[in-house]
Design a protein. Sequence first.
Length: 140
Amino acid sequence: MPQLNAYISFNGNCAEAMQFYETALGGKLETLMKNSQSPMAGQLPPGSADLVMHAKLVLDNGVLMAGDAMPGCSVYEGMKGFSLALTYPDASQARDVFTRLSEGGKVTMPLDSSFWADAFGMLVDRFGTPWIINGGMKEF
């Protein structure tokens, strides 16, 4: 069975976002390759050397990958139509992560109890990434 991982794009601030996620989520940023470090560096658009070609954040039970959108190759239109969902064994862990991710962002649904979890909330972080946070899952 394949492993499903998220790969998100940023508009020139991928390095900052992934370093923030490393701290906020308690993961390990294993890869942060800039275009200038790539074997394809000479073939990439001018002015893109400092953009991130590939980043990989390893979490306890998953991987988050990302890169910056290339100038001239794609038009960055922001993040739409998805959310990254995190589920924690207990509500206190969910609260801690929710608080860290929401710093400088926008809470779209405050963290509260629901019929499926002791803690559930939604936010868009300061980098424009939408998150759903669950903690203390209930049987339903």
